[in-house]
Design a protein around this ligand. Structure first.
Ligand SMILES: [Zn+2]
Ligand SMILES: [Zn+2]
Length: 257
């Protein structure tokens, strides 16, 4: 593997990651923010509207993040060529049942890593260096999906490539996880809840998974809702807050409970 090949792969991966970000965020910007009212079913989570200058800043940080995400990904692809990872292409190697199992395992481990690194980054002496940039998004917009300081992007970027060194994963399953990550990040920062109220409030989805309603609260209240995909760690560590109204405020009835 030469430096040139590394360079090509790095820039190609950066372009793919950035293109996916612009496509998904652009799509939700069009659906939610391009007109006076959203073009799809959506419940507003903030009484404020993100301004153009804030969204430009989010795009700036997100482009830098795309470069950083591509770095460990390139290293893993290069290693893969030399047989140094657990990535595989032939489904028969571990069977079909292993595909959803590996996806679930990767999502749970990533969620665990995210929860604890996220909580650490909220410690007073780490917050301003690592995590302040992300919290400048108030209200959030779809463009905030990758809006992190490069140090936080790096903390986030290394984990999935690291897992791929030890836990077998089909290349298609890994691409699925990476795309899901982008879609969830855009949705959870969109400033709107696009999933029906009944699913969120009473359904299995809302009880166990993190959607925009849940993550929006974190951008208003720094002491709760640190998770990425699942509410598991937040519930276990008693940092879960869900009964909220617009702007992440506890409504008076729930607050009295
Ligand atoms: Zn945070
Ligand atoms: Zn966020």
């Amino acid at each position: 593997m030469g430096a040139l090949e590394f360079g090509y792969t790095f820039f190609a991966l950066t372009a793919i990651i950035a293109a996916r970000y612009f496509l998904v965020a652009g799509l939700f910007h069009y659906a939610l923010l391009s007109a006076e009212q959203p073009r799809i079913y959506a419940m507003k989570l903030s009484s404020r509207r993100p301004n153009i200058a804030a969204m430009k800043k989010e795009i700036y940080w997100s482009i830098i993040s795309s470069f950083i995400y591509a770095l460990p990904a390139t290293a893993v692809l290069m290693l893969w060529q030399n047989g140094g990872t657990q990535l595989y292409t032939n489904v028969d190697e571990y069977g079909w049942v292993y595909i959803p199992f590996s996806i679930g395992l990767y999502l749970f481990l990533h969620d665990t890593y995210f929860y604890w690194t996220h909580r650490a980054m909220h410690l007073p002496h780490l917050f301003s260096f690592f995590h302040k940039v992300h919290h400048e998004s108030r209200p959030t917009s779809p463009w905030a999906a990758f809006s992190f300081h490069p140090s936080e992007s790096l903390v986030g970027a290394i984990f999935l490539p690291f897992l791929a060194l030890f836990i077998p994963i089909h290349i298609g399953a890994l691409l699925f996880i990476l795309t899901l990550m982008t879609v969830c990040a855009v949705l959870n920062h969109s400033g709107y809840e696009v999933i029906r109220d009944s699913w969120i409030k009473k359904g299995f989805l809302g009880r166990h998974f993190i959607t925009a309603t849940h993550h929006n609260v974190h951008h208003e209240n720094y002491h709760v809702n640190f998770g990425l995909y699942f509410r598991f760690w937040d519930k276990l560590m008693k940092t879960d807050l869900f009964d909220v109204n617009i702007d992440g405020q506890l409504d008076s009835i729930d607050a009295a409970k």
